[in-house]
Write a protein that binds this ligand. Structure first.
Ligand SMILES: *Cc1c(COP(=O)(O)O)cnc(C)c1O
Length: 362
């Protein structure tokens, strides 16, 4: 018996999407690190990044890296979120590389690495304008880089990195990436050697690969959701992406009730279950259905890309999604399932959720 809500995951298509991106990056001299946090470390999906050609698997969560290491998936692990002081022993134990932006944290990492008899590789994050993590003052950056290079025997200065788009909505440009390269070259001039890694951002930085205007010395990108939930590059930034599979992961929810009802609630209106006051358009009586799955499963209903002609997502409570079927050519009845396209946010929640039934196909 199939159980719902269900994620149907086409692993062959996932792998092909990764392979394609890895190849496009490689053509420009860029390594693609596979960011697996959006899959919450689910082994089959992480394996697809590795099999698609990502030698390094990365996550913001040390727990994901620990679980991959224990399952023997991947060979090199990178921690993306700048480390918490409270997780330093695990960072040294489970991550080969981490992104960093604080002198006192570097000092703690060094002490722990020496204690565990390891050399831990660090990438120093440079603030280029998105206003999340990173050194803003280039002198402080240089000072900490020199400390890692000369004084911290438990650490190896792997390189520098940047992040844009995540908080400040800043676009990756030749200029802000060159800003990172300038910071790298300032450090290189002081330490007298080349840095191994100059990491130019996440999925959005792929635009500079596609347009062919990525600064030459950028040699790594950290790419997460796009190969699994293709959306942003095509639908937000307008790249054709015709070679990319859009059907890697689909959400199926079961139909619980189909009925004609008025479209405007009847009675005195206050707030919904989440304390929001809503407006409802009165379109007369319409055919509606209820699906078994709601905010508890996937977050906000209006964020679902849907992809079904004639089906409109009207709203959701914790466990029910309410849809309009008036213009839908297909006749649904209880027990049927309806399949939706998803993007990053839904994938993030659904893969974390123990109530999601996941079905892998090849
Ligand atoms: C999540 C994350 C990424 C990957 O972001 P995507 O938008 O999924 O490609 C890259 N770098 C850092 C620091 C991250 O936390």
């Amino acid at each position: 018996m199939e159980r719902y809500p269900q994620l149907v995951v086409d692993l062959a298509h996932a792998r092909e999407n990764v392979e394609n991106l890895v190849k496009r990056c490689a053509d420009r001299g860029v390594r693609m690190t596979g960011v697996i946090k959006v899959t919450n470390g689910l082994p089959e999906m992480c394996q697809a990044y590795y099999d698609g050609g990502c030698r390094t698997l990365a996550s913001s969560r040390i727990e994901h890296l620990k679980s991959l290491k224990e399952k023997g998936i991947g060979e090199e692990f990178e921690l993306l979120r700048i480390p918490m002081m409270s997780e330093i022993p695990d960072v040294i134990k489970y991550a080969d590389i981490s992104l960093n932006s604080d002198g006192s944290v570097l000092e703690a990492l060094n002490a722990e690495a020496l204690r565990q008899g390891k050399v831990h590789r660090v990438i120093l994050m440079v603030e280029v304008g998105d206003l999340r993590e990173g050194y803003w003052d280039r002198e402080e950056l240089l000072r900490d880089a020199l400390k890692v290079e000369n004084d911290f025997d438990g650490l190896y200065l792997e390189g520098v990195g940047m992040n844009v788009g995540c908080y400040g909505s800043v676009l990756p440009t030749f200029e802000n990436m060159q800003d990172l390269v300038d910071a790298a070259e300032m450090i290189e001039a002081s330490i007298g050697r080349k840095l191994d890694t100059i990491s130019g951002g996440g999925t959005s930085s792929l635009m500079r690969i596609f347009d062919g205007d990525i600064p030459e010395r950028i040699n790594e990108l950290r790419v997460g959701g796009e190969p699994l939930a293709a959306y942003t590059l095509k639908n937000v930034y307008g790249y054709p992406m015709e070679w990319q599979h859009e059907d890697v992961i689909r959400l199926r929810m079961e139909v619980l009730e189909v009925r004609r009802k008025p479209s405007h609630p009847i009675g005195e209106l206050a707030v919904d279950a989440f304390g929001h006051s809503n407006t409802y358009e009165d379109r007369g009586e319409r055919l509606r259905a209820i699906l078994g799955g709601g905010r508890l499963d996937y977050g906000e209903p209006q964020d679902i890309p849907n992809g079904n002609p004639g089906i409109e997502i009207l709203g959701a409570s914790s466990d029910h999604t309410i849809i309009d079927l008036e213009d839908c050519p297909i006749e649904y009845k209880p027990g049927d399932f309806i399949e939706f396209r998803i993007k990053y946010t839904q994938l993030m929640y659904l893969t974390l959720n123990p109530l999601t039934h996941i079905k892998y196909i090849e």
